[in-house]
Design a protein around this ligand. Structure first.
Ligand code: MLT
Length: 417
């Protein structure tokens, strides 16, 4: 499961010459309906692959502790469930939503920006509903990129930054995240020739998978750089609300950012709503407009009762969000203390519900994750699944209760590393 670090997407053998079964994502052996090249350029989706292995163990009767995908175990807060239970009874909500989202939903988002961070965002022109931030992130390059143009992607990073660029016929230039740089991309180090072709730079803060947070001063430098270079910042803020002490910045808080940035926000992690598929994009109006026009051709927006419940979450969810944050902080501290007792080197992340650390083993990430699964029945994500710079690391999602985290640590402690 490897991403390439070249400035170009992975090379693809021609359909005619590609020997069956040699590609990492070959699909069925029959050549009757070969996959499009754009799909064969990608490895199997990281979490789909891990889930297959987990299910096989479950089917064999094993008790598997899943610290793999970041999919919260706790239910969506009751007030949000109540909101949707009321909303679906309203006449007309079965019909198509405005593609960009209802004005009620977009206004709730604008009010949230004003209330939480004193930022003005126009709900009519600067906000678009998305069917989960993954959808918006993956589609943005289709709305903006010409074939052959470049997308700057942090690596290790969330796979849709790459898939979106590849599906749009773009090139990917990876920006390695290194511990010595606080796991932040060194955008000043990108060669000028690459910058001339670059249209979008992705930044994820709080960061999946490393848990790092981009400080305000870094974001100010990035915004100045993007304005100078005329590159759009795609800011993935899906973990915005999951922090231990200090609230992370939205890119839209940075003066001038709205000229060069689009922020993607999600309810998935903040309110345990992964399956609901709801989020938003907010930022520069012409970019939002391009995304809206693209999506008008692809989908018809989220189900209206979901938008209504999400709006309610923004209006009245601060206390619940704080409880959720506190829960993840407790889990983080339990897991860090337990893993350190095993001698593992883990640092408490300032945000997200992920622990990112070096594998306590000479072998690489893949072998480590395989042994966690097979010998301890604990799913951890191999760091190299997020890109080659993740080699030698693992990621643990704190998406099980503390008792299960303790049990996982006991099991991991019994493996002879
Ligand atoms: C992850 O585990 O990295 C995320 O949950 C994946 C996602 O949000 O799609």
């Amino acid at each position: 499961m490897k991403l390439r670090t070249s400035a170009r997407p992975a090379a693809v053998l021609s359909r005619r010459t590609r020997p069956a079964g040699t590609h990492p994502n070959p699909g069925p052996a029959s050549p009757a309906f070969p996959r499009a090249r754009r799909l064969t350029r990608l490895p199997p989706y990281l979490f789909a692959e891990m889930d297959r292995r987990r299910r096989a163990l479950l089917a064999a009767g094993h008790d598997v502790i899943n610290l793999g995908i970041g999919d919260p175990d706790q239910p969506t807060p009751a007030f949000i469930r109540r909101a949707i239970a009321e909303a679906w009874k309203i006449s007309g909500v079965h019909q198509y939503s405005p593609g960009e989202g209802t004005i009620e939903y977009r206004s709730a988002i604008a009010q949230w920006y004003r209330r939480v961070m004193d930022v003005e965002v126009d709900p009519r022109t600067e906000i678009c509903a998305v069917i989960g931030s993954k959808e918006g992130i993956a589609h943005l390059p289709l709305a903006l990129l010409e074939p052959g143009e470049t997308v700057l992607v942090p690596e290790p990073g969330y796979p849709p930054y790459t898939s979106g660029a590849v599906f749009a016929g773009g090139r990917v230039h990876y920006m390695p995240l290194r511990r010595e740089n606080g796991f932040l991309p060194d955008f000043e180090a990108i060669p000028s020739a690459t910058l001339r072709r670059a249209r979008i730079l992705w930044l994820c803060s709080p960061n999946n998978p490393t848990g790092s947070v981009a400080p305000r001063a870094y974001l100010e430098r990035l915004v100045a750089f993007a304005r100078r270079r005329r590159i759009l910042i795609g800011y993935d803020a899906a973990y915005y609300a999951i922090y231990a002490e200090e609230r992370p910045c939205s890119i839209l808080e940075i003066p001038g950012a709205k000229e060069v940035a689009i922020e993607f926000q999600s309810f998935s992690k903040t309110f345990h709503m992964t399956g609901w598929r709801i989020g938003w994009a907010a930022g520069r109006a012409e970019v939002v407009s391009a995304l809206r026009d693209l999506k008008a051709n692809l989908d018809s927006g989220p189900y209206m009762p979901i938008q209504h419940a999400a709006a309610e979450a923004l209006r009245s969810g601060d206390a619940e969000a704080a409880k959720i944050r506190a829960m993840y902080r407790r889990r983080r501290d339990t897991a860090v203390a337990g893993l350190r007792r095993l001698g593992w080197e883990v640092t408490p992340p300032p945000a997200t519900f992920y622990l990112w650390g070096p594998v306590p083993l000479r072998a690489g990430s893949t072998e480590f994750a395989r042994r966690c699964l097979e010998e301890a029945h604990v799913v951890v994500t191999p760091g190299n699944g997020f890109g080659p710079s993740g080699e030698g690391y693992f990621r643990i999602a704190l998406t099980v209760p503390e008792a299960r985290l303790r049990e996982a640590i006991v099991r991991l402690g019994k493996v002879k590393w």
